[in-house]
Design a protein. Structure first.
Length: 437
């Protein structure tokens, strides 16, 4: 394979069961990251999901949806729109999160063109974000370090800062930055505001304050841009509701989701739009082409149906809503007293730990210490799978860790995850204090 990091040793994982995986050497790891990327929401080794894929493959595994459709796709569209926010009535299936986000961009652009506003193409988004590695989605982040040598390919877009405790706890400064971005771009050129409701990798478990969301909705009405939400991680129950947008005081225009829709058992994502967005295309060209080979294929759609059935039957979203706050409290209590830990955030089973310089408990840690990478390396030594994020050059974020177990993780496994993670952070914090002394 072509590895993400050439100097890293990758355990070869050969088997999984519940919240545990085993590598080729026989070592077991506790998976606190739902497969490593928050996708495996229902845990490893689900016979019902495997059987759904098997049964569909025996009947019909693939047809291309440009001129054909299939029952699994049609039924999944009905089931998904039934649990989406009110008014979100149309859906197009893709194979993953970046594709879903890119499709959202194309749909937003099409909406404005179909309505006779071809000048609208700019997309404003928070700088501290991640929406995927494709050329269009990579341009949505303000994190230049992620773009690297690909910058010449990217159409640079306007960004606003996050409303974190450090920079803007009220959300007012972010709204002011949004107003400035609209003015500089020209409101008539802005197609969409694109953001995560609750952030994942870029700012684990962060969401802007209510004032920002209220102000965003006001500006949508005033200036006519669309609101597009990246719910690749948060969709399908991760934050304790079907979509994180369910908890906001307005309905978005477009939602992209993916990981939890296939629960790690099939590559599938979806872009869902409000009926008014669909109506603009239906009243115009009546065409929305440029799909991918596996869009809406029956096999992954059958798995998506089985996932939704499991979420309902086992009341897993209700479980995440009830258990998530207590899990956050347990994690915070286990990390209490570690000067390097500033904040433990949580929304359902999406939690984030923010680290700071222990000398003043506010400044970012020196980037050269590589604390995020050390957390993940030590965690593997402790038999725990975690995901941490490095400081960013724009100065909006420092070292942080994600904590995102499967919805089905047993109580004893959750307790063990918290215990091992606390031990990891204690160990790394002691080394960091030695380095800083």
């Amino acid at each position: 394979m072509l590895p993400p990091e050439f100097d890293r040793r990758y355990p070869v994982v050969v088997e999984g069961d519940g919240a545990w995986v085993r590598d080729a050497a026989g070592r077991r790891y506790l998976d606190a990251m739902s497969g490593g990327s928050m996708a495996l929401t229902l845990g490893h080794g689900r016979p019902d999901l495997v059987e759904a894929a098997h049964a569909q493959a025996e009947k019909l595994s693939f047809v291309h949806n440009e001129r054909l459709t299939n029952p699994a796709q049609e039924q999944l569209a009905q089931e998904l729109t039934a649990v989406a926010p009110a008014g979100m009535e149309r859906v197009h299936f893709v194979t993953g999160g970046a594709e879903a986000n890119e499709l959202a961009l194309r749909l937003a652009r099409s909406y404005h063109v179909e309505r006779g506003e071809p000048s609208r193409w700019r997309v404003i988004s928070p700088a501290q974000a991640y929406h995927g590695p494709t050329i269009a989605t990579l341009a949505l982040t303000g994190r230049a370090g992620l773009q690297g040598p690909l910058t010449p390919y990217l159409r640079q877009q306007p960004h606003i800062p996050p409303s974190t405790w450090r920079f803007d706890p009220s959300g007012e400064q972010a709204l002011h930055a949004l107003d400035e971005a609209l003015e500089q771009a020209g409101p008539g050129t802005v197609a969409a505001f694109f953001a995560e409701v609750v952030s994942a990798a870029a700012l684990p478990a962060y969401t802007p304050p209510l004032r920002f969301w209220e102000g965003l909705a006001e500006r949508r009405e005033r200036h006519g841009f669309l609101i597009c939400f990246d719910e690749v991680v948060t969709g399908m129950g991760r934050t304790g509701s079907w979509f994180a947008a369910d908890k906001l005081p307005f309905t978005p225009d477009i939602i992209a989701t993916a990981k939890g829709l296939g629960a790690g058992y099939a590559a599938i994502g979806a872009t869902i739009c409000h009926q008014r967005v669909y109506d603009a295309v239906a009243a115009g060209s009546r065409r929305f082409t440029l799909g991918h080979t596996w869009d809406g294929a029956p096999l992954p759609c059958a798995v998506g149906l089985a996932v939704i059935d499991a979420l309902r039957r086992e009341r897993l979203i209700e479980h995440v809503a009830e258990r998530g706050p207590r899990l956050r409290d347990e994690l915070a209590a286990a990390l209490d007293g570690i000067a390097m830990v500033r904040e433990v955030r949580g929304h359902g089973f999406l939690l984030g730990v923010e680290y700071v310089d222990p000398r003043d408990r506010e400044s970012f840690l020196p980037a050269e210490l590589g604390v995020a990478g050390r957390i993940d390396d030590v965690a593997l030594e402790h038999g725990l799978i975690t995901l941490s994020t490095q400081p960013t050059g724009d100065g909006y974020a420092g070292d942080q860790s994600l904590f995102a177990p499967a919805f089905t993780a047993a109580e004893e496994d959750l307790a063990e995850m918290v215990s091992r993670f606390a031990a990891v952070v204690h160990e790394v914090a002691e080394r960091v204090e030695d380095d800083l002394s």
